[in-house]
Ligand binder design. Structure first.
Ligand SMILES: [Zn+2]
Ligand SMILES: [Zn+2]
Length: 203
């Protein structure tokens, strides 16, 4: 797909700039996704929007399209795909790990220390644009029962807190107290309820 698109960039002075980009072409193992939803994360505000305070894994490369919580539908396939095809509804896990290190192989790309690790919207373009180029290995299938807006929120917020609840092992034996009712805190309560906890307290 040739052509241009507009993408939102965060220059770091509490403003958003709309810049023009080429619509990317997927290479080997990659897909082009038509973005249907892309939510804003607390880390976007904390590390990019106001000023660029992040370093290392949180280091924002100036000019990257923002938005690491995208969800959409595959519109173009690169070669060598193994799991997904055009027309599939997907969300993008926000960290693209090297895929080879110990942490990546056990599913913890967030802990990948490789120089090849890239976070969408930080070290490679993210979802605040009509299209996003993503690695097939970073995709998660979006069930028909979930909307694109649901998928965008699951991408980072719900996933973050689900990991924590799994480690704790929440069940019907537990009462759950969540301090801080932002999107992740609210997600924690919804998930804890689904995991069986009957007494839920939010502060
Ligand atoms: Zn996030
Ligand atoms: Zn890795």
């Amino acid at each position: 797909m040739n052509g241009k698109m507009k993408g939102a960039v965060l220059p770091g002075n509490s403003t958003v700039e709309i810049r023009e980009f080429d619509i990317p072409t997927p290479g080997h193992g990659q897909v082009l996704i038509k973005t249907m939803a892309s939510t804003i994360c607390g880390s976007d505000i904390r590390c990019i929007f106001i000023e660029h305070t992040g370093t290392g894994a949180e280091g924002y490369i100036d000019g990257m399209i923002a938005g690491h919580e995208p969800c959409g539908v595959i519109v173009e396939e690169g070669v060598g795909l193994k799991r997904f095809k055009a027309g599939d509804r997907v969300l993008v896990y926000h960290i693209s790990g090297c895929g080879m290190c110990y942490d990546c192989r056990r599913g913890y790309a967030v802990s990948c220390m490789s120089e090849h690790r890239q976070a969408y919207s930080w070290q490679r373009n993210g979802g605040m644009a009509p299209y996003i180029l993503a690695e097939e290995k970073d995709l998660i299938a979006l069930p028909d029962s979930l909307s694109y807006n649901d998928g965008a929120q699951v991408a980072c917020g719900f996933g973050t807190t689900y990991e924590a609840l799994e480690k704790i092992g929440v069940s019907g034996n537990d009462a759950v107290l969540v301090v801080g009712l932002g999107p992740v805190g609210l997600a924690a309560l919804m998930l804890a309820k689904a995991m069986g906890a009957e007494k839920l307290i939010g502060v």
